[in-house]
Design a protein around this ligand. Structure first.
Ligand code: AMP
Length: 294
């Protein structure tokens, strides 16, 4: 496995890759969710490139950029074991040199949900991902369902800017008790960590209500609020029910697939999770086709 920290070396390594290239962008502090993306990329491409970059421009002023967990030696060992060919580990100065001025705004799908709570977040995400696409020129790029709005933003950008690649959306990888794996889970106290399994239980209850014929978004929101309220240390930030393709807010439930997403606060930590309904869509192919449109 080659580790490259400059653009000339990345381009040189890319030139030697015949056949398809799969790209897995990450912010490091890797866990089994990231590795599942890498293994999927490995299975579908001749070459796999991963990136580790804690992207400053996607953190809002009050967010945890300086505290964000970092452990490059451990990350590199995990990526090598998973079969990555090249890891790109740029510094912020390499990505945003002095006098950097070019930003990508994906308009409507960047609004609502996380976009409203994290001003500038998706502008930072879209910009860095566009740069990675230009630098690596992958045939396929792999993203996780957990960041569902991110998937919708990137898919829209790929269509609007004619990037010649496919976006693949991997289902959320979970701990044994159902908590979605996240680099930020290390911030949780023991008590918060135990309580955090309530998030998945709330989503499963929502899915059951949907299967039982619940036909308004408000009823599903109530089911979720009640389950979250059963854990004293969990505070529901928001629960949102949107059309899974457009991310437009939905009130009456129709045959169209839904994205149910929520954020729960545990102290100062925000835990994000979601599910597509009907639940059979929460697979690699279902998510790839449905989330943010095909
Ligand atoms: P991050 O390092 O948090 O920016 O995540 C890098 C990629 O891994 C993103 O596409 C995430 O959506 C994805 N990812 C994060 N957590 C999980 C998870 N639990 N299961 C699957 N993919 C994930």
């Amino acid at each position: 496995m080659k580790v490259v920290d400059n653009i000339a070396a990345l381009r040189a390594a890319r030139e030697h890759m015949g056949g398809s290239v799969g790209l897995v962008p990450t912010m490091g502090a890797l866990h089994a969710g990231h590795i599942a993306l890498v293994k999927q990329a490995r299975a579908e491409n001749e070459h796999v490139v991963a990136s580790i970059f804690v992207n400053p421009s996607q953190f809002a002023q009050n967010e945890d950029l300086s505290k964000y967990p970092r452990d490059i030696p451990r990350d590199l060992a995990m990526l090598e074991a998973a079969g990555v060919d090249v890891v790109f580990t740029p510094t912020p100065d390499l990505i945003y040199p002095p006098n950097y001025q070019t930003w990508i705004e994906v308009e409507t799908v960047s609004q609502g949900l996380e976009g409203d709570r994290r001003p500038g977040h998706f502008r930072g995400v879209a910009t860095v991902v566009a740069k990675l696409f230009n630098l690596v020129q992958p045939q396929r790029a792999y993203f996780g369902q957990k960041d569902a709005q991110q998937v919708a933003v990137i898919k829209r950008m790929v269509r609007d800017l004619n990037f010649p690649l496919a976006i693949r959306v991997y289902p959320t990888v979970r701990e044994a008790d159902g908590l979605a794996m996240s680099s930020r889970n290390v911030y949780l106290s023991a008590e918060q960590r135990t309580a955090a399994s309530v998030i998945r239980r709330a989503l499963v209850s929502a899915s059951k209500a949907y299967e039982a014929g619940e036909r308004t978004a408000e009823d599903i929101r109530v089911v979720i609020s009640e389950v979250i309220a059963s854990e004293a240390v969990a505070e529901l930030d928001y629960v949102s029910i949107v059309d899974a393709e457009t991310l437009n807010v939905v009130e009456a439930i129709t045959e169209r697939p839904l994205l149910v997403s929520l954020v729960v606060k545990m102290g100062s930590t925000r835990l994000l999770d979601n599910m597509l309904l009907p639940a059979h869509l929460n697979t690699l192919e279902g998510l790839t086709q449905t989330l943010g449109g095909g």
